[in-house]
Design a protein around this ligand. Structure first.
Ligand code: GLC
Length: 428
């Protein structure tokens, strides 16, 4: 008998397990990625809670002295991936990349604690100071003026690497003559039509060069680096994670942490208002470097407003209307770029396709805000996509075709989370 989808999902997590951490998919992504691990933990929790915690613990093994948890941890050298440790030159053990990724971990940890027993409490308690230091890093280094709006210094820090949101900031980057030759490896694995173009890649590496040459001084990178934009994904994931972190701090009666986190939360809501666009009728990315230009379209990250607890009643109602209009166009929601917009490309990485782990977060936010119908549609689409196409990295919203890497960790993990009805912890 053919294995069930859940059995298949569990087999994928085992196959991508490298001993305490998982790779997102074999070949294309051979290391440990930050938010991938948070979602992987959620999947492991369906059948092995100890392994779920290991995934988070190994993620924090990559933490820097300044508190940052990097977006990739390089535990071995795998020449099939570019840019590898020799390009980043992090000067850390283990070697890592030089910026972060959306901080989902606190939300998953809170959920594990609230559904677990004393072992879960202990493991969360043991990691708490590190988790707090990471959130502090976001607020301190990515929002040095305390505005309540954090920036990202590289499109890769958003986790939504190739979204048109970044075109505004990226188009202003001048590629230096001494960038050097390089051989990218992503297009060895995936059809180039689904991946970023050459000039985009040159600009990605220009930002990395700046970071490397200033010894990854994050104060300098945020203030003077080639790119600084506000991202609804990072901002909203952090807002949500700050609340979950506060719950943990209260549980552990950690007075200093509670005070710090409450100050962040008090600023977050107002900070997020700077991302509201009357033109797009939603929360969008903003260029914090060059005159505050805003992106022009709704994305799946915009739809995390409910998850974050961001926005006024009127703003959220507007966004629910937008969501319904986009649902009507797509056979499978939620697309990573508005299909009514010129730049929509249903197959190209973050310029249209659907990501199931984004859907899981969006749906949990919608549920908490009385939009059960929309949440159910998203969960239904997630299940249908994997049933129809397999556990791909992402999917075409118009046809449901599976795209990017196959046998993908977070797609498998989210399938298990949905099967077991794991929600994110209820927002405070
Ligand atoms: C891509 C995605 C990023 C993810 C990584 C590993 O770079 O854009 O969000 O973490 O792949 O899956």
């Amino acid at each position: 008998m053919a294995p069930s989808l859940s059995e298949h999902a569990i087999a994928i997590l085992h196959a991508n397990d490298r001993g305490g951490y998982t790779v997102p998919t074999k070949g294309l992504y051979p290391y440990q990625w930050n938010w991938d691990s948070a979602f992987a933990a959620l999947g492991f929790a369906a059948f092995d809670r100890n392994r779920a915690w290991r995934e988070i613990e190994t993620l924090f093994e990559g933490q820097w002295d300044d508190g940052m948890v990097p977006h990739i941890i390089f535990r071995n050298h795998d020449p099939s991936y570019f840019p590898g440790p020799d390009v980043w030159q992090s000067d850390t053990v283990p070697q890592t990349s030089g910026h972060s990724q959306p901080p989902v971990a606190a939300t998953v940890m809170r959920w594990l604690v609230e559904t677990g027993d004393r072992d879960d409490d202990k493991r969360a308690h043991d990691l708490f100071e590190r988790l707090l230091a990471w959130h502090d890093w976001w607020h301190r280094y990515r929002d040095p003026d305390g505005t309540g709006l954090v920036g990202i210094v590289h499109p890769w820090e958003s986790g939504r690497d190739n979204c048109p949101d970044w075109d505004i900031g990226m188009n202003r980057i001048t590629v230096p003559d001494d960038l050097g030759e390089y051989h990218r490896r992503d297009t060895d694995w995936v059809d180039p039509s689904e991946r970023p173009t050459k000039i985009t890649y040159d600009r990605y590496l220009t930002i990395v060069k700046f970071g490397r040459e200033c010894g990854w001084d994050h104060e300098k990178i945020t203030r003077d680096g080639p790119f600084l934009m506000a991202d609804p994904c990072v901002q909203f994931v952090l807002m949500r994670a700050d609340r979950d972190l506060l719950k943990l701090a209260e549980r552990f009666e950690h007075g200093r942490a509670m005070k710090m986190i409450r100050e962040w939360i008090a600023r977050d809501f107002d900070g997020a208002q700077a991302m509201w666009s009357d033109e797009a009728r939603g929360f969008v990315a903003v260029d914090l470097r060059n005159g505050g230009y805003k992106s022009t379209a709704i994305t799946n990250a915009s739809m995390l407003a409910w998850y974050a607890g961001a926005g006024t009643r009127e703003q959220r109602d507007e966004m629910a209307d937008q969501a319904r209009a986009i649902f009507d166009i797509c056979q499978f929601a939620f697309p990573s770029w508005d299909p009514r917009h010129d730049s929509f490309e249903s197959r190209r990485y973050w310029r249209g396709p659907v990501w199931n782990m984004m859907n899981w977060m969006i749906a949990s936010g919608l549920d908490m805000n009385g939009h059960r119908d929309l949440a159910m549609r998203l969960r239904h689409d997630c299940r249908k996509l994997v049933a129809q196409s397999g556990f791909f990295e992402y999917f075409d919203p118009l046809t449901g075709e599976g795209l990017g890497g196959p046998e993908f960790t977070w797609t498998a993990a989210i399938h298990l989370a949905l099967e077991h009805e794991f929600g994110a912890a209820a927002a405070a």
